[in-house]
Design a protein around this ligand. Structure first.
Ligand SMILES: C[S@@+](CC[C@H](N)C(=O)[O-])C[C@H]1O[C@@H](n2cnc3c(N)ncnc32)[C@H](O)[C@@H]1O
Length: 302
C-alpha cells in the first residue's frame, strides 16, 4: 500500500475529508463543510469512503473505524474553527499540511485576511480544481504554496509574500504524524522564527507510536481493513513537544487533551449509543503522562 491514489493524492487527506463529510451530515453536526463530500467523490478513490452518518449500529464493519475517526475529526475541526473565529484572527493565517481543508472557503474571514496553505502540489492542485468546478470562492485572499514540509519551508513562504513582521495564526492539524522527529522540530522552529509578537498557533500533537512487533502488526491489519496507510506514519520515536519548543521561544502554551474536546462538544469516540463521556482534564492541567504519548492539542500565543 503506497498511501497515494493514482493521481498522487494521499489517502490520509481523503480520509480526513470523508470524516468531515460524515460529521457535516449529522443532525447534531459540529461543523458544516459543504465541499468535503465533493472532494472525496472527485478523487474517484479506490476506497469506499462513507460520506454520511448512518445509524452506527447498521454500519458495515469496515466502515466503523472511519465513522469513529469522523467523530474525532469533527471535534478537531470544530476546535480549530473556534480558534479562527473572526474576532481572534490575525490578518495572516498559515495552514501547514492543509490537505483538503476548506477553511479558506467556508469560514467567515475578516476584511483583508490572507490565508497561505502549504502542502504537496498534487493535493493543492486537486483541491483547487474541484472547488473551481463547484464555482466556490475563497472568503479571503488564498495563496497556495506547494512545499515538501519534510524540508525547510520558511524561505518558500516568504517568497510568496508571507510577512514575518506581521502577527500570524498558524494551523498544524494532522500533519506532524507524517513528519519524522527532525522534520517536526524544524517545522516548529520555523514557526517560532517566522512569528512576530501577537502570533498564535494551534497544533495537533503527534503521538509517538510504540515500536513493538505486535503494534506494527495491528497497524498493518488496520491499514489492510480500512485502506488507511497507518503503517506509514513516521512519528515513531521521540517527537518534539510543541509546548516545549514554542515555550523556549517565549510563547505561552496551553494543553487541550482529547477528553477536554469530548466534554466541550459532548461527543464520545464510540459507536455505542450509551457510551460514557471520558473524564475531562481541564486545559493546561499538568499530567504525569509524557508529552509524546498524550495526543491532543496545543494552543500557543506569542
Ligand atoms: C491527514 S492529512 C491532514 C490534512 C489537513 N490538515 C486536514 O486536516 O484535512 C495530512 C496532510 O499532510 C500532508 N503532508 C504529509 N507529509 C507532507 C510533506 N512532507 N510535505 C507536505 N505536505 C505533507 C499530506 O499531503 C496531507 O494533505
Amino acid at each position: 500500500m503506497t498511501g497515494l491514489e493514482g493521481d498522487g493524492l494521499p489517502m490520509t487527506a481523503l480520509a480526513v475529508a470523508a470524516g468531515r463529510a460524515v460529521e457535516a451530515s449529522r443532525p447534531d453536526r459540529l461543523i458544516d463543510d459543504p465541499f468535503a463530500a465533493a472532494l472525496v467523490e472527485g478523487a474517484q478513490s479506490s476506497q469506499d469512503w462513507p460520506l454520511a452518518w448512518p445509524d452506527p449500529l447498521d454500519a458495515a464493519p469496515l466502515q466503523q473505524p472511519i465513522l469513529l475517526a469522523s467523530t474525532y475529526i469533527g471535534m478537531r475541526t470544530r476546535f480549530i474553527d473556534d480558534f479562527l473565529r473572526p474576532g481572534e484572527q490575525t490578518r495572516q493565517t498559515v495552514i501547514l499540511g492543509a490537505g483538503l481543508d476548506t477553511r479558506a472557503y467556508r469560514l467567515p474571514w475578516t476584511d483583508g485576511a490572507r490565508v497561505l496553505e502549504l502542502d504537496l502540489a498534487t493535493v493543492l492542485e486537486f483541491k483547487a480544481q474541484v472547488l473551481a468546478g463547484l464555482s466556490a470562492e475563497p472568503g479571503c485572499e488564498l495563496v497556495s504554496v506547494p512545499a515538501d514540509l519534510s524540508h525547510s519551508w520558511g524561505e518558500l513562504l516568504q517568497a510568496v509574500g508571507f510577512d514575518r513582521t506581521q502577527p500570524t495564526t498558524w494551523v498544524i492539524e494532522g500533519l506532524l504524524p507524517y513528519l519524522d522527529a527532525d522534520a517536526q522540530l524544524l517545522t516548529l522552529q520555523e514557526v517560532a522564527a517566522l512569528s512576530a509578537p501577537g502570533s498564535r498557533a494551534v497544533i495537533e500533537r503527534a503521538v509517538a507510536l510504540p515500536r513493538t512487533q505486535d503494534f506494527e502488526a495491528k497497524l498493518r491489519e488496520f491499514s489492510a481493513q480500512t485502506g488507511l496507510p497507518m503503517s506509514e506514519l513516521l512519528a515513531r520515536a521521540d517527537p518534539p513537544d510543541p509546548s516545549r519548543v514554542l515555550g523556549q521561544a517565549g510563547w505561552r502554551c496551553t494543553e487541550h487533551p482529547v477528553e477536554e474536546l469530548c466534554s466541550r462538544y459532548d461527543r464520545r469516540i464510540s459507536l455505542a449509543p450509551d457510551a460514557e463521556l471520558p473524564a475531562a482534564r481541564p486545559a493546561a492541567q499538568p499530567t504525569a503522562q509524557p508529552a509524546a504519548q498524550r495526543g491532543g492539542f496545543v494552543l500557543a500565543w506569542l
